[in-house]
Write a protein that binds this ligand. Structure first.
Ligand code: NAP
Ligand code: ZN
Ligand code: ZN
Length: 353
């Protein structure tokens, strides 16, 4: 099935129209007409070849909301016409210990989970993501959307920014009585603020952008610290149970590690293309602090997060764009100038000549 898409042909060429060939739905597959796709900073890292092992042409996009247009004979959960979603994964082995625990993102079989884009399959071919008119995905990796129809564009970012912040917030048991920091108020960070607040934690936003102060309070922060202000940072020394670090660029981690309580944890989800300066080990030793990482989230917890958000009226704050404006969106993302997630209206791709 020939499907309209947008692809980067190399790290240095702008995204441009491209046709992908989607497979005919097999017995366990769901064919999806894509309505909206969020724009994650990982899309930009990938399109520009900032991470190792990027395959070209590259069709990014892993925050997908759409409508099921066909289902295979063995599909039981999804019906034609359902509003569905696809996040960062489209397959995994289903048999290893991590898959067995519902943590498919840590699939232990070679080559690991199959990413929605740039997910090399066993045969070596590439996967193409959500900057496209349609996609075909195994039912196991298709989520059900329970939000109202008017919210569907703003639901799309939950499929990566939402789950990537939800999973560590739950893993480290944030909630009432816990003091939680969120570093970097972009796509991930703004969802981190909303979710940590909804889980009942005391939330502090750390930003490099003074201009985001008022927004961060509205998004769920109880307090905002501009991280360049050393005195404001020092006022929080030794006080956090948990810090979620979403920053997409290398920076000084010690400034945040020093803010953790004894046994506190800072989890890194930001994935810059060059390493952070090594933190001072004494910040970890003195206080038995932990520096951790986390990768997206499993399918079961993604559905749990979507349902939690539907119940609590949580969606992303978005700016809708046309597919044709993706390069301008990337340029603004590089300036931390996104309020707070771009979402592509896929009608603009379908209608293009
Ligand atoms: P984003 O919307 O660009 O937000 C990143 C934020 O980081 C910016 O808004 C900015 O916040 C802050 N920032 C950027 N440059 C900075 C710098 N030089 N110094 C300090 N702060 C800086 O990106 P995103 O989509 O949220 O993604 C964030 C990162 O997470 C990316 O690296 C992405 O690839 C990664 N990611 C990881 C996973 C995972 O599974 N671990 C999943 C999705 C994304 P302020 O203006 O508030 O400072
Ligand atoms: Zn993402
Ligand atoms: Zn597995």
């Amino acid at each position: 099935m020939q499907t309209k898409a947008y692809a980067a042909q190399s790290p240095t060429t702008p995204l441009a129209p491209f046709a992908v060939d989607r497979r005919e739905p097999g017995p366990r597959d769901v064919a999806i007409d894509i309505l909206y796709c969020g724009v994650c900073h990982s899309d930009l890292h990938t399109a520009r070849g900032e991470w190792p092992g990027i395959l070209y042409p590259s069709v990014p996009g892993h925050e997908i909301v759409g409508r099921a247009t066909a289902v295979g004979g063995d599909v039981s959960r999804i019906k034609v016409g359902d509003v569905v979603a696809v996040g960062c994964m489209v397959d995994s082995c289903r048999t290893c210990p991590s898959c067995g625990e519902g943590l498919e993102q840590y699939c232990e079989s070679e080559p690991g989970f199959v990413a929605t884009y740039n997910g090399p399959l066993r045969g070596g071919e590439n996967t193409f993501g959500g900057y496209s008119a349609a996609i075909v995905v195994d039912e196991h990796f298709v989520l059900t959307v329970r939000h109202g129809a008017e919210h569907l564009a703003a639901v799309a970012p939950l499929l990566c920014a939402g789950i990537t912040t939800w999973s560590p917030l739950r893993q480290w048991q944030t909630g009432p009585g816990k003091k939680v920091g969120v570093v970097g108020i972009g796509g991930l960070g703004h969802m981190g603020l909303k979710l940590a607040h909804a889980l009942g934690a005391q939330v502090v936003a750390f930003t490099t952008s003074e201009s985001k102060r008022a927004d961060a309070m509205k998004l769920g922060a109880d307090e905002v610290v501009v991280s360049k202000d050393a005195d404001a940072m020092a006022a929080h020394t030794g006080s956090f149970d948990f810090i979620l670090n979403t920053v997409a660029a290398p920076h000084n981690l010690d400034a945040f590690l020093a803010l953790l309580k004894r046994d506190g944890t800072m989890t890194m989800v930001g994935a810059p293309s060059t390493p952070h300066p090594s933190p001072n080990v004494f910040n970890l030793i003195l206080g038995r602090r932990r520096l951790a990482g986390s990768l997206i989230g499993g399918i079961a917890e993604t559905q749990e997060m979507l349902d939690f958000c539907a119940e609590h009226g949580i969606v992303a704050d978005i700016e809708m764009i046309a597919m044709q404006d993706i390069e301008a969106a990337y340029a603004r993302m590089l300036k931390s100038d996104v309020k707070y997630r771009f979402v592509i209206d896929m009608a603009t791709l379908k209608q293009a000549a």
